[in-house]
Design a protein around this ligand. Structure first.
Ligand code: NDP
Length: 289
């Protein structure tokens, strides 16, 4: 008598979403914290997003992660949005505050934590970023906040690339930002300290896909980061390793952004170490976070 069989609900909306491994780390974190939370991986088609967001309120979800293609599209349907998420123009974490949905963004913080944990100081550095979508916007804002010296944004769509440049210039007046149109095989500037792939090139099932860049322009003084979580050992990282560059995969970002989201949903600090072990076991590889 008195035992509660109800669980607090959180999860992720995406399309596609089947191969998103966040449930592995989130569920492990809840288990370790000893709290009755359930993380659900839910496929929501773009046209169903407004109804799905309403459903969060109806079913008392504590919150939700958003991934492709919902991070920008969800914003008009939220009741409020944090200042950072507003600058980024993308939300990856929804928090249900007594029936009101608030948008936050933990992607960039997760990325920065994985870079800092790898012992890298980004201050004053030149960063080249492939892509200008939701993940790119989150990462670019956090890199700018951390005081990088210069950012080169390489993107196919000029509107998205230039849009991100304008956002950064209006909020970070000291930062030098350049856009280059990705309409040919791109050479990475030799003085790039950090190269970041923020596109979905290489994401499962397209694991053999590789960004259209001159791989020989990567060298051993570069740090090459990829946001792809599945499979994390991307063709880009393999090419970077061949050239003795230091590499950082997308799993550290995944773990650290999840720690931040769990803090919003539960008020608790999840144990990144056990989350790392859960992922390492899932993929049969060693994971740095
Ligand atoms: P978006 O759809 O917002 O952006 C996708 C970006 O990729 C755009 O800049 C798009 O360019 C570019 N792109 C896609 N395909 C190609 C291609 N063939 N050639 C060149 N550019 C291409 O997606 P998100 O930013 O939300 O997500 C991107 C990736 O980041 C996903 O793989 C996701 O899994 C990963 N991610 C990982 C996280 C982690 O924790 N590790 C967290 C968040 C995201 P264009 O503008 O020209 O269309």
């Amino acid at each position: 008598m008195g035992k509660s069989y109800r669980e607090e609900l959180v999860g992720v909306f995406g399309d596609p979403v089947d191969e998103n491994p966040t449930v592995v780390v989130a569920q492990k974190a809840f288990e370790t914290l000893g709290i009755p939370y359930r993380y659900l991986t839910i496929n929501v088609h773009p046209e169903a997003l407004p109804a799905a967001l309403e459903g969060l309120k109806a079913m008392n979800f504590k919150g939700m992660h958003l991934t492709i293609p919902h991070k920008v599209a969800a914003i008009p349907y939220l009741d409020s949005i944090s200042e950072e998420a507003a600058i980024m123009g993308a939300v990856n974490t929804i928090v249900n505050q007594n029936g009101k949905l608030r948008g936050e963004n933990t992607d960039g913080k997760g990325f920065m934590a994985s870079v800092v944990n790898a012992g890298i100081d980004v201050t004053g550095k030149k960063v080249t970023m492939l892509g200008a979508g939701g993940a790119a916007r989150a990462i670019a804002v956090e890199l700018a906040r951390a005081g990088i010296g210069e950012l080169v944004i390489i993107n196919r769509s000029e509107a998205r690339g230039k849009g991100l440049v304008e956002t950064l210039e209006s909020h970070f007046s000291d930062l030098k930002v350049v856009y280059r149109c990705w309409d040919h095989t791109m050479t990475i500037d030799e003085d790039t300290a950090i190269l970041v792939n923020t596109t979905d090139i290489g994401l499962y099932p397209n694991v053999d896909a590789r960004p259209d860049i001159v791989f020989d322009s990567i060298h051993d003084r570069m740090i090459v980061c990829d946001v792809i979580p599945n499979h994390p050992h991307t063709q880009l990282l393999k090419e970077a390793e061949k050239r003795q560059a230091k590499t950082i995969d997308g799993l550290g970002m995944l773990i650290n952004q999840c720690v931040e989201s769990i803090r919003y949903w539960t008020g608790e600090t999840a144990d990144a170490e056990v989350m790392k072990e859960a992922l390492a076991e899932e993929y049969g590889i060693s994971v740095h976070y």
